[in-house]
Design a protein around this ligand. Sequence first.
Ligand code: GLA
Length: 392
Amino acid sequence: MNANLRDEALSYFASFSPGHEANLHAYFSPGRVNLIGEHLDYNGGYVFPTALTLGTLLLVAPRNDRRVRFASTTFAQVHEVSLDDLSYQKDHDYANYPIGVLAAFQDRGFELQGMDILFASDLPAGSGLSSSASIEVGTALAVNDIFQCGLAMRELVIMAQQVENQFIGVSCGIMDQFAVGMGKKDHAMLLDCETLAVSYHPLTDPDYVFVIANTNYPRKLSESKYNERREECDRSFAILRDHFPDARALAHIPMEAWPEVESLLKDATLIKRTRHVLFEQARTKASATYLQAGDYRAFGEAMNASHRSLQDDFEVTGYALDALAESASLVEGCLGSRMTGAGFGGCTVSLVHKQKVADFERLVAKRYQDLTGLSASFYLTSLGQGAKRVEL
Ligand code: GLA
């Protein structure tokens, strides 16, 4: 955890909740970046994310009453609720995430007490690096630990996804919460989103790094468009399932069956969405073997192909993400670049030679600005550990 983040959090906490220093619990919950395998988790496919060293630090002081107060170093307003009234309210803003988590614990019969909770984050909010999953899983871990609920991390991860689906109303898959909770330092994880079987792949090549770049383009309509893509995939699967009895989800239909799939679907939009899912699934599985073989060039090509598919077929990129990915792919030493996360704005991830990172940032920033008038930000982050309790 970053020492500046810790110092900032401690000094903020001292004024937010004075006198609790002796009884303070601390947890660090990372963000995540998905290297490849986009919009596959809710289609029962494989994804290939990693947890980051950027994330959310939670400082928590238990109280003797049933009030819960939330503060954040990012958002000025303090929110306060009672454990006896944990409902979703629009003006609770980001606090709805932890409120949903508290409600989920109570719904499962756990007895909680009041708390003062501070969230301090070095993760850009709403940029496709899972700041919300970071808050949800971090809160679940804190509550589980402080009130000795005895749930395993996997159960906390699933609970956090249910909060997002049912309390917040976003029909996301399991990838973000899983990566945040189950990440392993210096490893990417190939996750089967149907069974939650996971294999960890070391990423410690001395020559190549993943660079994250933020479009700083405000995400618009991202939740409704996300839910729309999910529905389109469900419609495709409803048409195809009888023809592919071995497939329990859309991503299980093999890429080799494409000509038949195309003729069955007929509808132009469903054809495009499904083509993305089937080919992205094949690329994702292949990418894990490329990494294992140290074939970074092939991995980079798969990243480029993934971006094009998300641009042309799944249609979740937009001009800012396209300009950023295209600017990156023109830089010498960059093997591949793609949008990461849900899309509609947010970040790209690029595979770049270590010695070229400074050039990469300078050239991409310039070209992106020329194309869009926007200025990109870059994050030098490493692959971190999943959410955990920390000593301050
Ligand atoms: C968001 C969702 C994830 C996943 C990605 C797209 O991050 O929360 O569940 O669907 O988009 O891959």
